[in-house]
Design a protein around this ligand. Structure first.
Ligand code: SF4
Length: 616
């Protein structure tokens, strides 16, 4: 017998901000079986409910928060939460993931998903306390940074509650704004989710829960979790990852050519040794982590010298050391950690914000913009002081910050004069800290991902960490297959919602997930890893279908000119470009999509998406 209460809480909470109404819906069998949870639920709800062509800032946009069937259980690294919506930065379907304690708390309050719709008349926050849902006045905290907001809301609700919130950047509809949690200020940072919340006058969602998910077969589940823990402990990547988080990769990835410099000009970075693990370790004073994860990759740092001495905050990770560091020719660690803190406080995506700043510096260097456009600021590579200043101006939309707050694609369009050439994005989403010219399947993921240039949609472990087997990162051979593999695997993992780091190092596998999922839910289909692979492919194709419905097809699968035309300047990738045409052709074929990058009707039917095949 299938009982959907095991693993799941069995409920979706729908919140209508316009009418201040909260309703509870039962989880449907078809949704559970076909999409499992997390990313699958959000994609299906958006396909069913999002009206095509709407403005992402309109009340018609929806924000879906989801958790998964393993959230809040003993499973390791499976208590993240996801937010899905139509992005105003990219115009696409979007999915962004956050850590901390919010996911587990939402599950404990009794929900597998929350659908937010409409727009509140005035600034509001929602307090979910188990079955009670209150719409509370947020006027007194509108304008506050995330630290002040967190403290205020804990005081006004429950000190043990957890939350997602926006800072001034989200309120100002900055397209690079993030959704921020209370624990370690971890964020669902990409795609401008903060602005979508801001457009709805929604400052925060605070949650307190007292329930716990029931497990179908406790003995089998405990055994699977023991296997997972052993796998973590025996993995060669575990110790380094625990000691310094993703920062342990900064210098090695620079040396391997993955870590781009100077807005992807890829010149040598003088002083790159500052990013070596031994140097970064000196700043760390404490470890931290998400609910239910033994890796505890989060680090707390303390600055002891320089203009920001005394600052104690969550340490930036790999991407941020790049976006405010190598990407800007900056080796001043203090300025990077300070800019990271400002982003957390204002509620900004550190990746997109750093790339937007790099774009502005290059335009200034090339004389495309001058002091009249920068409010008198001189923009120079490697200047540590200008970075925090620009972060502030972007969050508050001051001067040039107002232009950069639109994202590099829109800012380049507004500036004209050839600025587009230096805007490093796909589908409007700024690049993360990897150079597609140095890892072709990794790049193929950037260009085909449903949300634009994201490393989180299909981090190519074959090329980057060499697991489960090492492949030549410069070759174009078989890269369609390898890209599809990691994209589908990611979609499966994000039904749980698992953190991707353990999958990137093969500490976690889909086979083990199947074992855990069946033991937790008792759903027969879930014990077959092949079934999970089918679900992963189904989710990825559904996301593509949402974009195609919005008019975003293969024409938008395009790299910036620099990536396809300018060879890398430094070893070991010197001379490499991204062979876009040949790679895309191979990928579309492997995916079963037509030459325009649209899933064929046959492919959609094969994946059990008959209704999508009819409507697309
Ligand atoms: S590895 Fe890090 S980000 Fe992932 S769940 Fe664990 S603590 Fe959170």
């Amino acid at each position: 017998m299938v009982i959907f209460m095991y693993g799941y809480m069995g409920k979706i909470l729908r919140i209508d901000l316009t009418n201040k109404k909260a309703t509870v819906e039962s989880l449907k069998e078809e949704l559970v079986k076909k999409f499992i949870g997390g990313r699958g639920f959000g994609a299906k709800i958006l396909w069913d409910e999002l009206k095509p062509g709407i403005c992402p800032l309109s009340p018609e946009n929806k924000i879906i928060f989801t958790v998964g069937p393993l959230t809040g259980t003993k499973a390791q690294s499976a208590s993240r939460w996801m937010v899905q919506f139509k992005s105003l930065l990219t115009g696409t379907y979007f999915r962004s993931v956050g850590g901390g304690f919010f996911g587990a708390e939402l599950k404990f309050a009794g929900y597998d998903a929350v659908i937010i719709e409409g727009k509140a008349e005035k600034p509001t926050y929602i307090y979910i306390n188990d079955g009670d849902v209150e719409f509370r006045d947020a006027q007194k905290i509108w304008g506050m940074n995330t630290l002040a907001t967190r403290d205020f809301l804990k005081e006004e609700t429950d000190k043990n509650a957890h939350m997602v919130m926006i800072g001034p950047a989200g309120e100002n509809l900055v397209k690079l704004s993030a959704i921020v949690t209370d624990v370690d200020f971890r964020t669902a940072s990409r795609g401008g989710g903060g602005a979508v919340m801001g457009s709805k006058n929604l400052k925060a969602i605070v949650v307190k829960g007292s329930k716990r998910p029931e497990i179908y077969n406790e003995d089998a589940f405990n055994e699977a979790v023991r296997e997972q823990i052993e796998s973590y402990k025996n993995n060669p990547g575990f110790e380094g990852f625990h000691a310094l988080g993703t920062n342990s990769a900064v210098y090695p990835f620079y040396a391997l050519g993955h870590f781009p410099t100077y807005n992807f000009k890829q010149k040598e970075l003088d002083g790159a040794e500052r990013f070596q693990a031994e140097v970064l370790s000196e700043y760390v004073v404490k470890h931290s982590g998400c609910w239910g994860c033994m890796i505890r990759c989060g680090k707390v740092f303390k600055l002891t010298k320089g203009p920001y001495a005394g600052t104690v905050w969550d340490f930036p990770e790999y991407e941020t050391h790049w976006s405010f560091g190598g990407n800007l020719g900056n080796i001043n660690i203090e300025s990077i950690v300070y800019a990271n803190m400002l982003c957390d406080l204002y509620g900004l995506d550190t990746i997109s914000t750093g790339v937007a700043i790099g774009f502005a510096i290059e335009l200034y260097e090339k004389g495309i913009i001058g002091k009249s456009e920068t409010d008198g600021l001189e923009l120079r590579w490697g200047d540590p002081d200008v970075i925090p200043e620009l972060v502030k101006r972007i969050a508050l939309r001051i001067g040039i910050g107002d232009l950069l707050a639109e994202g590099t694609r829109k800012a380049a369009e507004k500036i004209g004069r050839g600025a587009e050439k230096y805007a490093i994005h796909v589908k409007g989403l700024e690049f993360p800290a990897y150079d597609p010219r140095s890892a072709k399947a990794h790049g193929l993921n950037f260009v085909t991902s449903p949300i634009g240039a994201s490393h989180c949609i299909g981090w190519n472990k074959f090329e980057i960490t060499g697991v489960p087997k090492k492949v030549d990162p410069f070759s174009v051979e078989n890269k369609g297959e390898l890209t599809k593999y990691v994209q589908d695997e990611t979609a499966i993992a994000e039904t749980a919602i698992f953190c991707l780091f353990p999958f990137n190092f093969e500490m976690m596998t889909i086979d083990l997930y199947a074992k855990m999922l069946y033991a937790a839910t008792g759903i027969e289909e879930f014990k077959d890893p092949k079934y999970l692979w089918l679900v992963g492919e189904r989710i990825f194709n559904l996301e593509r279908a949402i974009n195609v419905r919005e008019g975003i097809d293969g024409r938008y699968d395009r790299m910036p000119e620099r990536i396809v035309k300018e060879p890398v300047l430094r070893e070991p990738s010197k001379g490499q470009v991204f062979e876009e045409e040949v790679l895309l052709k191979d990928y579309y074929k492997v995916r079963g999509w037509d030459e325009n990058g649209v899933p064929t009707k046959e492919k959609l039917k094969e994946l059990g998406l008959e209704e999508v095949a009819e409507k697309l």
